[in-house]
Design a protein around this ligand. Sequence first.
Ligand code: ZN
Length: 113
Amino acid sequence: MPLKRLAKFFAGPLPHLSREEALKVFKRDHFKCYYCGLDGLDKYENWLILTIDHVHPHAKGGARSMNNLVTSCQPCNLIKGKRIYKSLQEAKEYVLTKREEWRQVFLQQVKAE
Ligand SMILES: [Zn+2]
């Protein structure tokens, strides 16, 4: 894999964010997913899936400023998607509700098989 693609793969969806900017957000958030609380310092595999989430989506004009960026694990970032929420709290509630729905699918339809 070419180095640029490899870097993009590991950096995750970080449009126009430098590694320094991303690290600033990670440090402010103590390397924890804002949504589910996954601890990126707990183990390497957790750290690998940390991304930076644009609270107001980058794709919809969201700013790159610190107050529009939070640490998010990849699953939470994916679940949150490009929807626009009234507040960060509303986004968190949406993500946690969806995660719980998927947990029920996992428990009842996947693991039970
Ligand atoms: Zn998460």
